[in-house]
Design a protein around this ligand. Structure first.
Ligand code: HEM
Length: 460
């Protein structure tokens, strides 16, 4: 059915196209949160603006977010900036659309089943313990870098069954380079088509991406050589590709797809959790009461002094407050700070009718700082995540892991990693923030601290 423009009824918003407002303080390249804040402040929980003829809808209402991510999910695909991430991630789970997405998700899912994840608990604790044991009393460390190294080690050992060699550690440098270039890469029109040109930023990106490919290809090569199903994620991907080829299944995963999938999960799996942990240590250092309650829980569950022991999977359910701390940290500093979709059909959202091809943004950062759902939103209070407090809020006032068919596949893994890593480290260390002003969050692919977050380590 053909529709005429008069049939659309967009939410309130900027009367002119975005470039008209280029000089306003709330329009700044690479800082979309400023624009989200302005739209929310000025127009309320659903607003729109236009860019290059495309309507862009910003939604900050839990029920409407549910409509987009769950109820009407089949009327949406990922929006342009996510698709642009294909220059880094290829056709992996994050960037692909159906039918590739649904098939890949089925292949990868067993690596994230509850039982499987449970088997990773000891590895997580051992890695956190190794890191904590290497620290010295009174030493100042960049907690952000330390958590990157920890989380990288955990993903490498659990999902890729590999030792943390020099080239694995170098992944972090490449990702830092790419994050620095991110705004430039996203803003560049038709980036996909200029990737081969000798533009300095593009060349730097190409070099970093080639180095990442090399590491992942080496891992794939080693797994193939041993020809053993080690039961890890990479074995699963390789087996599935080979089995499909043998049985002549119509859509066979290419070698390149195995690589894209492995790289996607590697990057999605460590950067996010590392940032969440780094922000958690900062928040704890600023909130002695919450820190004391956390220490008390850990001491009660794991014992102290001579009788103290490292956590295991069995302790996980008892570490309730620790989980609340991690949840509250991801509320104030959600590692995935916004999500985008594009409509493929006419959409009805509340009283509004929105055409196909419109873009929709929902921001975890914005919703979790909205006073209606979180009074005094900047106050760190893990009791906002008791079961009663959670039940009193709309479900979609908190969605750090997304929702619906594209919900984070690593969510249970991330919760377990977060809780066990916090418990293992906090059993031994408290941290004192050495900066004179709070760390500045930067909205890149993830919400990262802009500068090193220096912490003094104090043995408990
Ligand atoms: C605190 C940690 C994490 C956060 C906040 C987080 C957040 C998210 C979010 C918001 C999405 C949905 C994106 C969208 O729908 O547009 C997502 C998807 C995804 N995440 Fe996570 N994630 C975390 C940890 C992990 C871990 C540990 C892994 C794997 C080891 C992982 C792998 C993935 C993958 C593969 C997808 C794509 C799923 C799909 O589209 O089917 N994430 N994540």
């Amino acid at each position: 059915m053909k529709r005429t423009p008069g049939e659309w009824n967009l939410p309130p918003g900027l009367p002119r196209a975005l470039p008209f407002y280029a000089m306003k303080p709330w329009v700044k390249l690479g800082e979309p949160i400023r624009l989200f804040e302005y739209l929310h402040r000025t127009y309320g929980s659903i607003a729109h603006y236009r860019f290059m003829g495309t309507p862009i809808i910003f939604v900050n209402d839990p029920e409407l977010i549910r409509e987009i991510l769950v109820t009407q999910a089949s009327a949406f695909v990922k929006e342009r900036t996510v698709r642009r991430m294909k220059i880094l991630l290829g056709e992996g789970l994050i960037t692909s659309d159906d039918p590739i997405h649904i098939r890949q998700r089925r292949i990868v899912a067993p690596a994230f089943h509850r039982q499987r994840i449970a088997a990773y608990a000891d590895e997580i604790v051992a890695s956190a313990h190794r890191h904590a044991a290497s620290w010295k009393q009174g030493e100042a460390i960049d907690i952000s870098a330390a958590m990157m190294s920890l989380s990288l080690e955990i993903v490498a050992r659990t999902l890729f069954d590999t030792e943390v060699s020099k080239d694995i550690l170098a992944i972090n440098d490449e990702v830092n380079t790419i994050m620095d270039l991110y705004n430039f890469l996203i803003a560049f029109p038709r980036m996909e088509r200029v990737l081969h040109l000798p533009i300095p930023g593009v060349m730097k990106f190409r070099r970093s991406r080639a180095r990442l490919d090399k590491v992942v290809n080496r891992l794939i090569g080693e797994h193939r050589e041993t020809n053993m199903d080690k039961g890890d994620l990479l074995s699963m991907l390789i087996r599935s590709r080979d089995e499909q080829a043998e049985t002549g299944t119509s859509i066979v995963m290419s070698d390149e797809q195995v690589r894209d999938e492995a790289l996607t999960i590697f990057l999605a799996g460590y950067e996010t959790t590392a940032n969440a942990l780094a922000w958690t240590w900062y928040l704890l250092s600023q909130n002695p009461e919450a820190e004391a309650t956390l220490f008390q829980e850990i001491d009660e569950v794991l014992g102290t002094g001579e009788n103290g022991r490292l956590p295991t999977l069995v302790d996980y359910p008892a570490l309730r407050y620790t989980e609340q701390v991690f949840a509250e940290s991801m509320r104030i500093y959600p590692p995935a700070w916004a999500m985008g979709r594009m409509s493929t059909q006419p959409i009805t959202l509340g009283p509004y009718r929105i055409p196909p091809g419109a873009h929709f943004f929902m921001s975890q950062y914005m919703i979790s700082r909205t006073p209606e759902y979180y009074p005094d939103p900047l106050r760190f209070d893990p009791d906002r995540f008791t079961p009663e407090a959670k039940a009193a809020r709309p479900r979609f006032a908190y969605f750090p892991f997304g929702a619906g068919s594209r919900q984070c596949i690593g969510e249970s893994f991330a919760w377990m990693e977060g809780v066990l890593a916090i418990a293992t480290i906090a059993q031994r260390w408290r941290m004192q923030y050495l900066g004179s002003t709070p760390p500045v969050p930067q909205a890149k692919i993830t919400l990262r601290p802009r500068d090193p977050v220096m912490m003094k380590l104090i043995e408990r």
